[in-house]
Design a protein around this ligand. Structure first.
Ligand SMILES: COc1cccc([C@H]2O[C@H](CC(=O)N[C@@H](CC(=O)O)C(=O)O)C(=O)N(CC(C)(C)C)c3ccc(Cl)cc32)c1OC
Length: 340
């Protein structure tokens, strides 16, 4: 493993990265030196935003201005805010390390991070009050919290000179595919969240299957729960071909792996969740051994194509003709298999 930076602010950032997402930290650290620091700082700035958004103990009239002005706070090493739990409390209480590391980045990287943080913070603020009702709301919310991350990363890759600039549309899809997979996988964890659950499953989808989203926890509602789950997964699969197109355009091997590994985890998760009532009984996680295999064996686009092909075929094998979404699921499956 390369030498930890002597710079105390950056070494705090890499330590935090290790703590908040060990598996992902490994792939970030394999990026080139310039890009690595920018992505590490970007990741922690996003985690900071997320921690504020998720902290239900912060009153709205305090939370909303923090979200909206977060893009200015990152320029102010004097600013910090006590919120979040465990490692996130450490992150927020010592946020000056992140803002100092941010200020030491090249300006072209700072500008990308600041603009994305501005748009994301304002988007989050909008959805603190508004519920996700329609599929359009669902795509808009996922754009703010995940699509913008893809767009920001594409701009950092381009600013580093290592990649051409990917379109906002394909970059957005990279975020939506991951975020929608997380929202689907985390149904039970999210709906049991105390003091108040924040659910992002759109009423336009679940309202076709039950009067209340929490009904899916009930044994007697298993059939409609699985039908709704398959509908949600079918909606997420719409983004898969955009993600394959985005990854096929990447040139730098460390950037490729950084982008490909989460996408493969996502298609593997969707295949495991499809038609699986266990999503409403616990959190369906792909086995650690499989995840480790994915991290080690994803080197080229042909690895990505064959892995997407395999997991999409596994999902297709589980499609029940009687499932209400089956025709649409088959359509998305066919376009993915054709692309691979
Ligand atoms: C071109 O776009 C990307 C390319 C590579 C990786 C990601 C994306 O992947 C991780 C992967 C990650 O963080 N995995 C976790 C495991 C998990 O969350 O289930 C981990 O390995 O700890 C992820 O999930 N999110 C969070 C969002 C989805 C909200 C964007 C994320 C947060 C901050 C950054 Cl800088 C990047 C990402 C991209 O973002 C779209």
């Amino acid at each position: 493993r390369w030498q930890l930076p002597s710079d105390p602010d950056l070494s705090f950032c890499y330590d935090m990265l290790q703590k908040v997402s060990r598996s992902f930290a490994v792939v970030i650290e394999q990026l080139g030196p310039n890009l690595r620091d920018a992505v590490c700082v970007f990741y922690l700035v996003l985690r900071g935003l997320d921690t504020v958004e998720d902290d239900m103990s912060i009153p709205l009239d305090t939370k909303i201005p923090i979200l909206q002005d977060f893009h200015k706070k990152i320029y102010d090493p004097a600013w910090h805010f006590l919120c979040g739990e465990k490692d996130y409390k450490v992150l927020m209480d010592h946020f000056h390390h992140v803002s100092t590391a941010f200020l030491n980045l090249e300006k072209r990287f700072q500008d990308v991070i600041a603009e994305i943080t501005d748009r994301m913070g304002n988007g989050m603020a909008k959805f603190i009050i508004a519920e996700v009702e329609s599929i359009e709301d669902y795509d808009e919310y996922c754009h703010y919290v995940a699509g913008l991350v893809g767009i920001g990363l594409s701009r950092l890759f381009y600013a580093s000179g290592l990649e051409d600039l990917a379109t906002d549309s394909l970059s957005n899809s990279m975020g939506l595919f991951l975020q929608k997979t997380n929202i689907i996988r985390d149904y039970l964890e999210d709906i049991n969240e105390l003091p108040a659950p924040r659910m992002f499953w759109p009423r336009e989808i679940w309202g076709k299957y039950s009067a209340k989203l929490e009904d899916f926890k009930e044994e007697k509602k298993s059939d409609v729960a699985v039908a709704c789950l398959n509908d949600m997964i079918t909606n997420a699969l719409e983004h898969a071909t955009d993600c394959l197109q985005y990854m096929s355009a990447l040139r730098d091997p460390p950037i490729f792996r950084f982008c490909a590994i989460p996408q493969i985890m996502a298609i593997a998760t969707l295949a495991a969740c499809y038609n699986n009532i266990q999503v409403f009984r616990g959190v369906v996680k792909i086995r650690r051994g499989l995840a480790a295999k994915i991290v080690l064996e994803t080197r080229s686009m042909s690895d990505v194509y064959s892995t997407f092909y395999d997991f999409t075929s596994m999902l297709a094998a589980k499609i029940d003709k009687k499932d209400p979404s089956a025709p649409t699921t088959m359509k998305h499956v066919e376009s993915i298999l054709k692309t691979c």
